[in-house]
Design a protein around this ligand. Sequence first.
Ligand code: SAH
Length: 427
Amino acid sequence: MSVFAAAGAGLLCAGRLCAVRAVLPCLWRGKYFSSGNEPAENNPVTPMLRHLMYKIKSTGPITVAEYMKEVLTNPAKGYYVNRDMLGEKGDFITSPEISQIFGELLGIWFISEWIATGKNAAFQLVELGPGRGTLLGDILRVFSQLASVLKNCDISIHLVEVSQKLSEIQALTLTEEKVLLERNAGSPVYMKGVTKSGIPISWYRDLQDVPKEYSFYLAHEFFDVLPVHKFQKTPHGWREVLIDIDPQVSDKLRFVLAPCATPAEAFIQELSQRISLTGGAALIADYGHDGTKTDTFRGFCGHRLHDVLIAPGTADLTADVDFSYLRRTSQGKVASLGPIKQQTFLRNMGIDVRLKVLLDKSDEPSLRQQLLQGYDMLMNPTKMGERFNFFALIPHQRLHGRNHQMNACQSKPSPSPVAGFGELAWR
Ligand code: SAH
């Protein structure tokens, strides 16, 4: 039975009914594939380009992974560190910024998993790369509205974020008040506070610093920004692609070939280890493929594709997530589900019922139109519905039912299906 049907249409309608979100005409990062060979009409010498040329001159060509790391997360000049790149005025848009329903359904997913795995007395909700905090805000609203279900559960929120600018925006979205903490004060927490609904919330720069406790993890459009290495097959075998200074054109970079564990691998191994150790689950949502694509490294600026080597530091760099790689890397320690298409996941989570509830409650034509456009953007196979995927890591015992009460008629425990990957079943 769907949670919406089970709990009544009013369940998720309390509080803010509809949040106005940007819909069109924005570009989501999963839309195009590009090798970054667009013509370089203008190539401003950004501070980042100067920094990279200096680095390459001193130590030689750098890997694509190093290039991405510097361009995106360099503490002084990185693309993510000092700006808000999301939304209509930014460089790209993401699902939670399009429709509140997206985050609400993910909130239900976490509660459903918490129930299915035996209602642990406490859990940490850990989000990797929370953007503006919009997704978490929608999830926490669901938690508040389902307070009677979560009562007596000790919840804390842990955000892994490298961007100073975005962490400030997250704090504005999520907290009543927050405290900035001194660097080097002996704690890896750099900011902390209390959410508007009274839940403790802490900010970290690295997943390694989050306490190793029973946790649910969320990574939405996070893995695609983690540095990747790029390889090319040559008559002499596979060679790594590097970035070097173009000797023909001044102040320009170019790809070269040269004679590896990636950050994505390290993150997945850390998540798998934690889940197998303490329980919980990880929900990873991103655009990507199941091992079927090769070169997907591309840049975005102002909702347009952008040559990855031009004006570094001014554009987002991204590569599609290879879910088959995440599955291989996590294998053994935890079980995985998916990837399944966003359209299927959200439908299983009850997006149609939720849309109907919101439409029934809103009389304003512009709001209704915004809800319908948001739904279309998230679900339409030609938009985000098929390009984006959901993937989960869960403890092996979650699939074999060791956490569950015995079914009265059976001698074997019967685990409930994992919501989203099957239909949401929650009593
Ligand atoms: N999840 C959000 C934002 C996606 S953009 C949404 O869907 O709207 C990527 C996010 O990851 C940003 O918040 C960015 O600052 C953060 N980020 C990028 N690289 C990171 C890293 N190595 N460690 C932690 N956060 C990172």
